[in-house]
Design a protein around this ligand. Structure first.
Ligand SMILES: NS(=O)(=O)c1ccco1
Ligand SMILES: [Zn+2]
Length: 259
């Protein structure tokens, strides 16, 4: 059966069809502040996104994804650990069945309710498929979502669309959206080299994980959990716990832009 997050097709079995899943540079990882190295040469990262690049929002049965036009340098990420401008291709989320877990990366033992990934690729490698084969091919900005009392207004656009993409395969127009409104105040980040957290788990990602979580409300988290893994003519199967657990660090260095 196609890979997923259930006992018969979940992260512990991905390696049976996707051997890279057992590689030495897999993601996510647990970050322990005591092992992190501050790197004063790490400059600030900069996102310059064109709201007009946003195209559609999709439920693919495994996450909720917003897709952007990446046919030219229209929405790009640069700076930080990166060389050159990486094009924004899509953003998506991973979340839990309750507010006390759901993130993929774990910070000093803390699991957040969700983790937002903004996926960018390096156009020097021609196209996205080519970038997947390169160690500097992809850059993902990770933003942690902490469940609290205050809703995040900037999440409303995405959450309002949920009702139109309840079931697997449903897609809706999603335009005039600048995802940088989702960033927290602080630009502080950790960075390390890793992989896609979903099969085929290619080890082509420079991860940029923002230290400051954004706060969302429990109701906003519940909205995400109202998505279904199944199609419209199938039984409702709540789309929750679509996160991969932390993988072996295998001696990798995690650097911090902050002290
Ligand atoms: N979760 S992730 O950001 O490593 C990913 C999987 C596919 C595209 O992006
Ligand atoms: Zn992801």
């Amino acid at each position: 059966s196609v890979w997923g997050y259930d006992s018969d097709n979940g992260p512990e079995r991905w390696h049976e069809n996707y051997p890279l899943a057992k590689g030495d540079k897999q993601s996510p990882i647990e970050i322990n502040s005591k092992d992190v190295q501050h790197d004063s040469s790490l400059g600030p990262w900069h996102a310059s996104y064109d709201p007009g690049a946003a195209k559609t929002i999709l439920n693919n049965g495994r996450t909720c994804r917003v897709v952007f036009d990446d046919t030219f340098d229209r929405s790009v990420l640069r700076g930080g650990p990166l060389t050159g401008a990486y094009r924004l291709r899509q953003l998506h989320l991973h979340w839990g069945s309750s507010d006390d877990h759901g993130s993929e990366h774990v910070i000093d033992g803390v699991k957040y309710a969700a983790e937002l990934h903004m996926v960018h690729w390096n156009p020097k490698h021609g196209n996205f498929a080519g970038a997947l084969k390169q160690p500097d091919g992809v850059a993902v900005v990770g933003v942690f979502l902490k469940a609290g009392k205050t809703p995040k207004p900037e999440m409303k656009r995405i959450l309002e669309e949920i009702d139109n993409i309840k079931t697997k395969g449903k897609e809706a127009p999603f335009q005039h959206f600048d995802p940088s409104i989702l960033f927290p105040k602080s630009r502080d980040y950790w960075t390390y080299h890793g992989s896609f957290t979903t099969p085929p788990c290619e080890e082509c990602i420079t991860w940029i994980l923002l230290r400051e979580p954004i706060e969302v409300s429990s109701d906003q988290m519940a909205k995400l959990r109202s998505l279904s893994k199944n199609g419209e003519n199938e039984p409702v199967n709540p789309l929750v716990d679509n996160w991969r657990p932390p993988q072996p660090v295998k001696g990798r260095i995690v650097r911090a832009s902050f002290k």
